[in-house]
Design a protein around this ligand. Structure first.
Ligand SMILES: NC(=O)C1=CN([C@@H]2O[C@H](COP(=O)(O)OP(=O)(O)OC[C@H]3O[C@@H](n4cnc5c(N)ncnc54)[C@H](OP(=O)(O)O)[C@@H]3O)[C@@H](O)[C@H]2O)[C@@H](O)CC1
Ligand SMILES: Nc1ncnc2c1ncn2[C@@H]1O[C@H](COP(=O)(O)OP(=O)(O)O)[C@@H](O)[C@H]1O
Ligand SMILES: [Mg+2]
Length: 280
């Protein structure tokens, strides 16, 4: 398994073209949140905005609109119960991240199916949290032609792959990913998270137990969406998103016992600037 080098960040995060505008940095749709998990929608959309997505729309339940607008006014909101608006948003965004705080209601199941049935080749679908639980429980095939990235923690990967955590070896993970969708990327979140794609596997040597805080994975999903929106879908972009999340977490952990997801989000623009200037 190859270790992901920090130099990938200098290659991916480049200074912006002065002539560019928000349309050049990706349209991101985050389908997230439900009655008891409003924070997951805020963290994932805030992470997408702070990591540089040009336009971010959150599809959620209207009871969370006010909280989202207050915490992250840069993001737009739509009601995920409105099938027409949802379909239009699915068709018109470059990156669709679904799952943080979504829960596993019949509405949530319908949302996962709507994304998998209506996305196309040039789009990227990030499946996280409740979306992965739904796919495992409902046995929903991953049949979209869009790029698929799954970001399970070990418990979610156990549900999806039927592999108990001790059996989540490199070889077994390759096999199960092949069964689920041979073209999908698996980002297996753990201490020193791993990436699997076709016959390649990578790991990060970064991250710390101070990051074991609820919402940390929701934040990674937003960063992943923001990075793919602006830097394009590639293995290197996925690696960069995974790495910067933990590098910032490690920097904060030097002086803090506990690292909050919202603190990582706040630091994203500064760290991205630092890495972009190192290319000069
Ligand atoms: N502020 C908010 O709105 C927040 C909202 N959130 C939202 O909550 C929803 C549920 O997501 P979830 O991850 O909390 O619970 P779930 O899917 O049941 O998985 C837990 C099960 O897996 C097991 N497990 C094994 N290994 C594990 C590991 N490495 N990491 C974690 N778990 C591991 C674990 O084992 P146990 O701890 O019981 O031994 C347990 O059996 C989802 O939509 C998410 O986005 C959260 O993000 C929090 C902040
Ligand atoms: N001990 C640890 N070492 C390194 N990273 C960790 C550790 N604990 C948690 N993390 C990171 O925090 C994130 C947790 O994701 P997840 O469990 O999906 O959180 P949530 O669903 O609460 O948002 C992952 O990116 C994981 O790698
Ligand atoms: Mg999670």
């Amino acid at each position: 398994m190859e270790k992901i080098s920090k130099s990938i960040l200098n290659q991916i995060i480049l200074p912006r073209n002065p002539e560019s505008y928000k349309g050049n940095y990706g349209k991101v749709l985050i389908i997230a949140g439900s009655t008891h998990f409003g924070g997951a929608a805020i963290l994932s959309s805030s992470a997408a905005v702070h990591s540089g997505a040009g336009l971010v729309t959150v599809a959620t339940t209207p009871e969370k609109f006010a909280a989202i607008n207050t915490h992250i006014p840069e993001a737009m909101t739509i009601d995920y119960h409105n099938k027409k608006e949802l379909l239009s948003a699915i068709l018109n965004n470059d990156v669709i991240a679904i799952g943080p705080g979504l829960g596993t209601s019949s509405v949530a199941i319908g949302l996962v199916k709507a994304v998998l049935n209506n996305t196309k080749t040039d789009q990227t679908v990030i499946l996280d949290a409740s979306a992965l639980t739904i796919i495992a429980e409902e046995k929903i095939p991953l049949q979209t032609t869009a790029h698929i990235i799954m970001t399970p923690h070990q418990g979610e990967w156990q549900r999806l792959s039927q592999l108990e955590i001790p059996a989540q070896t490199e070889l077994n993970n390759f096999e199960k990913l092949q069964d689920l969708n041979p073209d999908a990327v698996l980002v297996l979140k753990k201490h020193h998270s791993e990436i699997y794609f076709r016959d390649m596997s990578f790991k990060i040597i970064a991250g710390n137990p101070g990051m074991a805080t609820g919402g940390m994975g929701d934040t990674l999903t937003g960063i992943m969406a923001g990075f793919i929106g602006q830097f394009g879908y590639s293995l290197a972009t996925i690696q960069s998103a995974l790495l910067i999340h933990s590098i910032i977490g490690d920097k904060l952990n030097e002086k803090q016992y506990v690292v909050l997801p919202s603190e990582i989000i706040d630091k994203l623009p500064k760290y991205m600037q630092k890495f972009s200037l190192q290319t000069k």
